[in-house]
Design a protein around this ligand. Structure first.
Ligand code: ADP
Ligand code: ZN
Ligand code: ZN
Length: 718
């Protein structure tokens, strides 16, 4: 029998179902796993990652690779292991996992830059030009004022002369040592709760997962800072993950105020690809000590990583819901485990998963029960809406409270998680609701742009002339969105500025920052907004918070809706009265006696969350069990039904499967959607079962007529 031939195992970047084999290159030097290769693929060439070596049967002709792009692995072994874990755990192709983890330019095959900090000085023994030109003179002035001069201090217009001078030898370049943090002293003494937490956190050796459970404004950020300070002073690195890009500027500013600018940076999607790659490379060289970022920042190599912080750990934005469905929080915990370092999850409203993990002894809990400034937590009052006259969805109780608050010179924050003017348009004569032609969802009226829009697929249209069912012209809007609230408030309070804060009003980061600046003038004003307002911001002059539509969260088919409602309300409530002015919260509801509303009004997250967790465990829902959704989409309903039935029929016995059932949104962008709900007693059993089951599903003839994927530990019903 002829011997098997050795071959390279390559994860070609992209959504491809398997690893591909290529011939070993001619030169015998062994390439390390983790380097990029350019490989022939079909008619084209593509970028892939060398993930290992194997042997192929001799009858297979292996293609040679085209080029080796790196001399050293792009990611250290621990991160390569993390990606392997992530591909297995979430049942996603390794090539696509790598693609998600790498900066765009590396994915496209660009070389890894070595952006060491450079500086310049006049060469001692070399003569400067006898008769310098204007620009040369300017350069000499710049270089003699501070010597050596950092690259960033040389104005762009002098760069060409600088290059020339380097060439002629009267200026020389030197590489600066890695920048270091410069620690500023704390502006106030820490309180007892903070000190206890810090002492415990600092005592941690190796991997431990901490849950820092502290009410809004309890000074969690200071606890992170004091915990990581010794690491930074010792030259080590720290990673802080935040759920959303909107939260990075303020946290970056705070980090830089405390640790200086030289070794602190943020990575986010508003940066150019070049800038992102530069920061990535600097962190990989150890030249950035404190890195802040959203989800994928988790995969940045940091050779001296000493600790990971996950701020607002309960936030569902940590779960990626397109492509590779990973949880950045859970993957960060896995990274900490692989690197044997501590990880701190912080939140005022921890997820039920994390609370359960504390109960199970997997996480250690630390508590901050008081606000750092000693401001009391706001009181929460229920406003029963039954039979009240409403103006644009606002009760007279809430409107009166607004007047009082403004008269006292304070600000009001009204929360409504619905963009647009009205969430539905219907016919007053026959009751027909205008739907998106491509989705099973009502169209939202955006009056400002004079468009009906679908929030699921982007479909848009004009306001129709008449009802498509009965041709009546009596079309009316139903319900309220933030645009309508803004309008009602402007009429009612003509002399007060009303700021609407949602994605339509403030599409960019700049616009948002500008409004935040206005708000921080602390003049009387009304802020109307969606969840963009609810997260992490600090509005010192807000003393009244109104939750306009509390009931929206009570009737969702998503089993996480009560948890989300609880978190949302307490997070928004936490924006009130954070400094010297006490705050209050009004909850508008039609169901004042609903048990969850009652619990909300008590404002005790811990107690309410414990009850919700008990309910979940009794109902055999996560976190008590492991859940996976198998979702299928196709133009024909029969095709998805056939696939999901066939998949269900070949599932192992350890899985309990219900469905097929229509997805929460039955049709999206012209595709019918249905799902199987797959349960197992534990995550381990789930993992084992999926490993045998999914390859079978892939082989099913029915699989060819649908698009399908699985979402392991889903955070949203789809
Ligand atoms: P959290 O992250 O828990 O919401 P922050 O860390 O943002 O809380 O702190 C809330 C406010 O309290 C900030 O303005 C912060 O500067 C202030 N603060 C934190 N710790 C103290 C302290 N020990 N004494 C006084 N003020 C503090
Ligand atoms: Zn009609
Ligand atoms: Zn649509």
């Amino acid at each position: 029998m002829p011997a098997a031939t050795a071959c390279l195992q390559v994860a070609v970047l992209g959504h491809l179902p398997r690893i591909f084999s290529y011939a070993l290159p001619e030169n015998p030097e062994r390439l390390p796993p983790g380097v990029r290769l350019r490989v022939p693929f079909g008619q084209k060439s593509r970028i892939g990652i060398l993930v290992g070596y194997d042997h192929c049967p001799p009858e297979i002709t292996l293609k040679p690779i085209e080029a080796v792009l790196d001399t050293r692995p792009l990611l250290p072994e621990s991160l390569q292991q993390l990606l392997n874990f992530g591909a297995h755990y979430y049942q996603h192709p390794l090539g696509d996992v790598w693609a998600a983890a790498l900066p765009a330019l590396l994915r496209q095959g660009r070389p890894l830059p070595r952006p060491a900090a450079q500086a310049y000085q006049l060469t001692r023994h070399e003569q400067t030009p006898a008769r310098p030109g204007k620009l040369q003179e300017a350069l000499i002035t710049v270089l003699s004022t501070s010597s050596p001069t950092a690259e960033t201090e040389v104005p762009a217009r002098l760069r060409p002369v600088l290059r020339q001078a380097l060439h002629n030898g009267w200026v020389e370049a030197l590489t600066l040592p890695a920048p270091r943090v410069t620690v500023q002293p704390l502006p106030y003494p820490l309180n007892a709760e903070q000190r206890i937490a810090i002492t415990q956190l600092r005592a941690t050796q190796g991997f431990t997962c901490w849950l820092l459970d502290g009410v809004t404004g309890s000074g969690k950020t200071e606890v992170y800072f004091e915990t990581i300070r010794p690491h930074l002073e010792a030259g080590r690195q720290v990673l802080i993950l935040v759920p959303e890009i909107g939260l990075t500027p303020q946290l970056l500013a705070r980090c830089q105020a405390r640790f200086g600018k030289a070794a602190v940076a943020a990575l986010h999607s508003a940066q150019t690809d070049t800038e992102r790659l530069r920061i990535w490379a600097l962190a990989a060289m150890g030249h950035i000590q404190l890195l802040i970022g959203t989800r994928s920042t988790l995969f940045v190599p940091m050779p001296q990583l000493a600790c990971i912080v996950i701020d607002e750990e309960h936030d569902p934005s940590f779960k990626q819901h397109r492509g590779w469905h990973y949880s950045a929080r859970d993957m960060a915990i896995q990274r900490a485990k692989l690197e044997n370092i501590p990880v701190i999850l912080g939140s005022a409203t921890p997820s039920l998963e994390s609370l359960y993990n504390v109960q199970q002894g997997r996480y250690q809990s630390l508590q901050l029960r008081q606000r750092a400034t000693n401001a009391p937590l706001p009181g929460i009052t229920i406003v029963a809406l039954r039979r009240q006259y409403l103006q644009g969805g606002l009760s007279s109780d809430l409107l009166n409270a607004c007047s009082e608050t403004l008269a006292a010179g304070n600000q009001v924050l009204l929360f409504l998680n619905r963009r647009g003017y009205a969430p539905a348009v219907l016919c007053h004569d026959c009751g027909h609701v205008l739907h998106c032609p491509r989705c099973s969802a009502a169209l939202t009226w955006h009056r400002h742009q004079q468009r009906l829009r679908c929030h699921h697929c982007g479909y848009e249209s004009r306001w129709p002339e008449d009802c498509p069912e009965c041709h009546s012209t009596a079309l009316i809007t139903a319900g309220q969105g933030t645009e309508q609230l803004e309008e009602v408030l402007r009429q009612r309070f003509p002399d007060t500025p009303v700021w609407r804060i949602d994605r339509d009003a403030l599409p960019g980061r700049e616009a948002f920052s500008a409004v935040l600046e206005q708000i921080h003038q602390n003049q009387p004003a009304i802020l109307v907004g969606t969840q963009m307002l609810a997260k992490g911001h600090h509005f010192p002059a807000v003393t009244l918070v109104g939750i306009v539509n509390t009931d929206q969260g009570l009737f969702s088919a998503d089993f996480r809706a009560p948890e989300r409602l609880l978190q949302m309300v307490l997070q928004v409530a936490g924006r009130a009265g954070r400094e010297d002015r006490p705050g209050r919260v009004l909850l508008q509801t039609h169901l004042p006696h609903h048990p969850l509303i009652q619990k909300l009004s008590e404002g005790d997250y811990q107690q309410a969350a414990r009850l919700l967790l008990e309910e979940r465990l009794q109902a055999s829902l996560p976190p008590g069990t492991a859940l996976t959704l198998m979702c299928a989409e196709a133009h024909q309903r029969a095709a998805i039904q056939a696939f999901l039935e066939a998949a269900k029929a070949c599932a192992p016995d350890s899985l309990v499967i219900s469905g097929p059932q229509p997805a929460l949104l039955e049709r999206r962008a012209g595709f019918e959607r249905a799902e199987l709900w797959v349960e197992a007693p534990t995550r381990q059993i789930m993992q084992k079962a999926l490993k045998t089951w999914l390859p079978c599903c892939q082989q099913l003839p029915e699989a060819r007529r649908v698009r399908w994927f699985v979402d392991v530990d889903p955070q949203f019903m789809l």
